[in-house]
Design a protein around this ligand. Sequence first.
Ligand SMILES: Cc1cc2nc3c(=O)[nH]c(=O)nc-3n(C[C@H](O)[C@H](O)[C@H](O)COP(=O)(O)OP(=O)(O)OC[C@H]3O[C@@H](n4cnc5c(N)ncnc54)[C@H](O)[C@@H]3O)c2cc1C
Length: 411
Amino acid sequence: MPVAGSVDALAPQVAMDHRSIGDGPASAALRARAEAVAVIAEKNAGAVDRDARFPEETFAAARSQGLLGIMAPHDLGGEGASLSAVVDICYRLGRACSASAMIYAMHQIMVACILRHRGNTAWHERLLRRLCAEQLLFASSTTEGRGGGNVRSSEAPIERSGSRISLERRATVMSYGANADAIVTTARRAADAAASDQVLVAFLKEDYTLEPLAAWDTLGMRGTCSAGFTIKASGEPDQILPDPYEVIHVRTMAPVSHLTWASVWAGIAAGAVERAQFFVRSAARQAGGQLPPGAAHYTKASSSLLTLRGLVASSLRKFEQAARDEDKLASVEFQTMINLTKVEASELAVSTVLAALRACGLSGYRNDGDYTIGRYLRDVLSSPIMINNDRILANVAASSLMSPVPASMGD
Ligand SMILES: Cc1cc2nc3c(=O)[nH]c(=O)nc-3n(C[C@H](O)[C@H](O)[C@H](O)COP(=O)(O)OP(=O)(O)OC[C@H]3O[C@@H](n4cnc5c(N)ncnc54)[C@H](O)[C@@H]3O)c2cc1C
């Protein structure tokens, strides 16, 4: 009998089968479906960025390829895909269209939280069945009011009246809120609870209204449409996930966010490196084989991408190994590692794209032409502030002091 909060009981609900996409025939098929979506995402990436609009073509394709519910188990209509498979899709989409990739990542983070922390609630089981059958898109709301990025603190409480619950929340940044079929949001457990005593609750579109609070006119990631809204929602108590948010955050939300985001940023960096490679090759061809002066920056960009990919792959492996072990997941070492993965991956992604820009020189700096790096750079600059690196570093300062320095290469 599964027990809410027990990682052992939750583990089978997410297929941590340690295979990465591409290992078997099914994985090859999944990769081909993701490729088909990425081609469409790439075609529309310029317009999505220019018009700061939701990448509807990408998500129409993702729905027709059935990519939104792949992590759900077979008995709920999913494919039992591993987190590695999702991470790989994020990378491929990141190369094509940053906003599409980030939206896909954010959706899958919410799916993972529901899969792993739903306990025995029939409501969430129905939601997961609908996710697979109808290819629903889930948005997430953690940023609230003026406080901004402190995910572990909520202002608005869940109110209870008879057999109903309600929530009114100032969600100051919420990606694709207007395009989602459901919102999964943090909230204070009750009006008399502390700000850190939080729950995670899912509301379907018919459960809420959204009143615009703030627009989303940003340097990059324009297509995530992360506008602010006042959410007014009501539903049943069963819509609240049984595990406290504190547990969900440590075991699923933080690791899955950091791994999928990092893979989106690695994908963006790879897109920029690919352009720089075309530029350097073409310049060398035109100069009778002589490499252009910026070629060394290309080498730097590809080396930095290699490090970034290695970092994401190694942290993903560590998460998959720890996923069934709640003590390990909650350990200071694991939490420090996963938080620092986010910080390092975002810094590496920015420096990779900057090196690609320098390799292309003016051709990369221009907004027109085949070698422009502009969109990649603007998009990747969101990475250090998407949960601010300064905040993360301040939070892990004490714990990283407590973590032993590895004594051997195997540690
Ligand atoms: C592309 C994108 C999409 C997003 N989508 C969503 C979404 O769908 N849902 C959602 O809820 N949110 C979303 N967010 C918001 C995100 O989760 C964070 O809330 C936001 O990025 C934090 O922004 P901030 O730097 O202004 O806030 P804060 O983290 O509050 O930081 C504000 C400033 O204070 C500094 N600071 C904060 N704490 C410390 C500290 N302890 N030590 C030192 N300095 C500190 C920071 O350096 C920063 O300059 C999105 C953000 C981006 C960029």
